[in-house]
Design a binder for this molecule. Sequence first.
Ligand code: FES
Ligand code: FES
Length: 178
Amino acid sequence: MARVRMKVDGVTYEDEVEPRLLLAHHLRDGLGRVGTTIGCDTSNCGTCTLQLDGESVKSCSILAIQADGAEITTIQGLAGDESGASQWHPVQKAFKEHHGLQCGYCTPGMIMATVDLLKNNPSPTEDEVRHGLEGNLCRCTGYQNIVKAVLSAASEMRGEGAIPGSFQDSADKSEVSA
Ligand code: FES
Ligand code: FES
């Protein structure tokens, strides 16, 4: 067993783990952070994507012991917290408003990969979005609404306003219960 310490979504955890344990399994089974989903365990589908020290990684592709000392953000920690109310990240809002999901299984990884894509390229073309997300597979949507969501989030994050989507409702779309 090996001792690992990591900060996940703002909370520091210290645990004994098997040296062969994958980070994805440690997060889900050891820490109960089940927002990070596992689709393949072989680095192909991208659904386990998260941010590790600010970089997008597939958490089934590294060992928990390799994340010792790291700061991790999962889909569960992406929403900010202002004035006591959690605020969806613009990418989360855009996926909702453009219905960039169906079953939702790929969505945590798709959103976390998008956050990284837009950090490195704030004004992507449609082709660049498709290329940037090619490590993340979706079996449901055909990708069209995912691409629309990413372009909308990019526009909003540049301060140019979100592209209107078809799935807005009258409720405040930016607030979710804590
Ligand atoms: S579960 Fe990690 S890439 Fe598929
Ligand atoms: S929404 Fe079902 S796999 Fe992408």
